[in-house]
Design a protein around this ligand. Structure first.
Ligand SMILES: [Mg+2]
Length: 88
């Protein structure tokens, strides 16, 4: 499965702290969907959750004027997953 998420337009009042609140809200919605055995909403809310994490990365990247070198972080992330045996 390869998921490509939209890149959002970061609003001026969005901060890492406010985004963390959104992540928590979406996390709770995933938890509720799982508790209800509602797979459709598990998928929908998990996409919301991933999107909020993606947006947090955008907020952080924006604070470095887009010079955070996310590619380097993604390479390190994949290397970590390979070391753990979760990827080939
Ligand atoms: Mg949601």
């Amino acid at each position: 499965m390869d998921i490509h998420l939209p890149t959002l337009t970061i609003q001026p009042d969005w901060t890492a702290e406010s985004q963390l609140v959104k992540i928590t809200e979406e996390f709770d919605e995933v938890r509720e969907a799982i508790a209800n055995h509602d797979d459709i909403n598990v998928v929908k809310e998990t996409l919301d959750l991933i999107q909020t994490g993606h947006t947090l990365l955008q907020i952080i990247d924006n604070s470095y004027d887009g010079h955070l070198n996310m590619t380097k972080f993604l390479v390190e992330h994949e290397a970590k997953l390979r070391r753990k045996g979760y990827m080939r």
